[in-house]
Design a protein around this ligand. Structure first.
Ligand SMILES: *Cc1c(COP(=O)(O)O)cnc(C)c1O
Length: 416
């Protein structure tokens, strides 16, 4: 195999010597490929972010819910955030204990909430109304509340989850009302949490948001934990030289704030963070085939079998994914602006617009990089295309299939 474009997989020895053509032949195409070493490295980044002792990252499992990957994350000592009964189920199946889970749902039904209560999972509510519901279902119990710190951040307006223009969190002005509801139902407030948005590369807004959550914490006695939220970004534009989030500097900024607060609060309170995509994103890529090239009204198109049913982020958030191209032959095709598209019958099915790339041709392979988060878990069988298989390249170099590709029967079995 010869690489036409991209160096990330070479630099990281991502495929550990396996030939991409053989992988496709064995497991089908497109194919999600994960690298265990990278996944573990990202877990350790977060686990050792600060020196403060009572600190635990909760991996937000909605980003990637493959139970084999979840087991690795659990082995690395992370806890998990879950958003639904389905995620609670998957997390428990992967070996997380109920006390290692934190349920942070939004607008859940009574039965969703009851599921968490029955399974002994700490729940955070997102409105006064849901706090009352919790009180009705579990009077005398322990609960957490998600506050809106009034600060937002993120890469796209759909992912900003703090500040004035979002549905999330309880505004701090309602604290007196919160206290009344807690008292009415004899609830203990075990913790508070926030999440200001996704994919920050500059940690300043995250640090700025600490003031408000700690101010809220001061208004409650004897909390067990404070959850500072997630949103840790990864460099999707590596090919343009984008720098990584400086987690060492972030940790150095965070540490003294945590220490000072615990001194003031009078106990070594537990601090949690909620990394989601940071954990699996760079460990996964989506491998597919170049199926056709053509020129339409001066635009050059690179047709592939990576439809938006297999990777939704470009169509949903206008997201950029770096691209690598591979060929069986050694060749150096000319470089030009190419629009890379998938195989779904919609004109929005675009993976990259006018990207400067070598003119690959039918039979070459393409990899969408940084697809380990919000990749497979958002995939569908739209156009009745199969969801891909997932494979893991283990630390010892062996390949493990961690999910089968869909089959024709999968398209019909729930209708029978
Ligand atoms: C999605 C989510 C996260 C993780 O977000 P990322 O962008 O994947 O880092 C963390 N906390 C909550 C409450 C979330 O909903």
């Amino acid at each position: 195999m010869h690489t036409l474009h991209g160096i990330f997989t070479q630099e990281t020895n991502f495929y550990k010597g396996h030939d991409v053509y053989q992988l496709i032949e064995q497991f089908g195409s497109p194919l999600y490929v994960y690298n265990e070493d990278i996944l573990r490295a990202r877990c350790r980044d977060m686990k050792h972010l600060v020196n403060y002792k009572n600190f635990i990252p909760h991996y937000s499992i909605k980003a990637n819910t493959n139970i084999h990957l979840l087991r690795i994350v659990h082995e690395e000592g992370l806890h998990a955030d879950v958003m639904s009964p389905g995620e609670i189920y998957l997390a428990l199946q992967s070996g997380f204990k109920p006390e290692e889970l934190f349920f942070i749902p939004n607008n859940v039904t009574a039965s969703d909430m009851q599921f968490a209560i029955d399974h002994g999972v700490m729940t955070s509510v997102d409105s006064l109304d849901q706090l009352k519901l919790y009180g009705e279902l579990n009077p005398g119990g322990k609960v957490a509340i998600r506050f809106n710190p009034g600060v937002g951040a993120g890469h796209h307006e759909k992912v900003v989850t703090g500040g004035k223009k979002t549905k999330f969190g309880v505004n701090p002005e309602y604290i007196p009302e919160v206290k009344r509801i807690l008292e009415t139902y004899n609830l203990t407030l075990a913790g508070i949490n926030q999440h200001i948005g996704s994919l920050f590369m500059d940690y300043a807004p995250y640090i700025a948001s600490l003031d408000s959550i700690l101010n809220i914490a001061r208004q409650f006695e004897d909390l067990e934990f404070i959850d500072l939220g997630g949103g840790f970004g990864i460099p999707y534009h590596k090919q343009d030289g984008e720098a990584r989030l400086d987690i060492k500097a972030l940790g150095e900024k965070l540490d003294p704030v945590l220490k000072a607060f615990s001194d003031e609060y009078g106990k070594e309170i537990q601090f949690q963070i909620e990394p989601g995509r940071y954990i699996p994103c760079e460990s996964g890529l989506l491998l597919g085939e170049v199926t056709a090239t053509k020129t339409n009204a001066e635009h050059k198109y690179l047709g592939t079998n990576i439809g938006f049913n297999t990777l939704q982020r470009p169509i949903m958030y206008d997201s950029h994914h770096d691209i690598e191209l591979y060929s069986k032959e050694v060749k150096n095709p000319p470089v030009s602006p190419l629009t890379v598209v998938g195989n779904i019958c919609e004109s929005g099915d675009i993976l990259a617009k006018d990207r400067i790339l070598p003119e690959a041709c039918r039979g070459d392979l393409i990899a969408m990089m940084d697809a380990g988060a919000y990749g497979y878990c958002m995939a569908s069988c739209y156009n009745q295309r199969f969801r891909p298989a997932e494979i893991l390249i283990e630390s010892n170099g062996s390949i493990r299939q961690i999910r089968k590709r869909d089959t024709f029967e999968d398209l019909i079995h729930n209708m029978q």
